[in-house]
Design a protein around this ligand. Structure first.
Ligand SMILES: [Fe+2]
Length: 233
């Protein structure tokens, strides 16, 4: 299993609070069947790319050393979960924010009230700059759940969707939409979005990995592995 969405790096966002917590998360991830993982700390367009990338890479190096010491065999790379705002970014900077060595940007949007034209405008801007968009947890955006035209517009532009594994077990509108996306084979990636060791998010991933259907295998392993390895999707 390949997890492209995690807040496993310590002291950088609202995820792991210490290197010990990072290690704990990684142990649980290994037990869940995850062998490749991308650390995706939150990043808001407009922040200093250089500074944040340096900070992230220092944490990544420290964590990899600790993992080696602890014997945890997960291949770990870095990316960001980028919160999209009206800030315009140059092409080079956007590519530095992508997942691992890929040209795929894990993008998070406003949870409520984002206008359809604005969302589509962002996507067109990224396409122009050669960046492929992987939308983080589409099931969380209330305006998207209720707007099949927006969903069609995104899919026709080649946008990919990353559903949170835990959403598939939720009895809510979010859960219904997440299951709809998987059933229709529209969820390209299922990720954990793990923040803390005590969370149930990795247990949900484990459960999904135990009896996966065809669509789930594609989203838990095949497509995320292509992105992880920087192969085309
Ligand atoms: Fe996240």
């Amino acid at each position: 299993m390949v997890d492209l969405h995690s807040h496993v790096l310590f002291e950088i966002d609202d995820g792991a609070e210490s290197i010990e917590q990072s290690i704990e998360i990684l142990r649980i991830a290994y037990d869940a069947g995850i062998r490749k993982m991308i650390a995706t700390p939150h990043f808001t367009l407009g922040e200093d790319v250089e500074k944040m990338t340096d900070r992230r890479d220092r944490r990544l190096r420290a964590l990899k050393d600790a993992m080696e010491h602890e014997g945890i065999e997960i291949e770990l790379k870095a990316g960001f979960e980028v919160y999209i705002t009206d800030e315009l970014f140059n092409e080079e900077e956007l590519h530095r924010l992508c997942l691992g060595d890929s040209d795929v940007l894990l993008a998070e949007f406003k949870y409520h009230g984002l206008k359809r034209e604005v969302f589509i405008g962002y996507i067109d801007e990224f396409i122009k700059k050669g960046v492929k968009v992987l939308v983080a947890h589409p099931e969380r955006y209330s305006y998207l759940i209720n707007d099949p035209m927006l969903l069609d517009a995104l899919l026709s532009r080649g946008v990919m969707l990353q559903v949170n594994g835990i959403s598939l077990f939720e009895d809510s509108e979010e859960g219904d939409f997440a299951r709809f996306l998987v059933e229709r084979n529209l969820a390209d990636v299922i990720g954990s979005d793990i923040h803390h060791p005590a969370s149930r998010r990795l247990k949900a991933m484990k459960k999904l990995g135990e009896h996966p259907g065809r669509n789930v295998i594609r989203a838990l392993n095949d497509t995320p592995d292509k992105i992880f390895e920087g192969r085309g999707v």
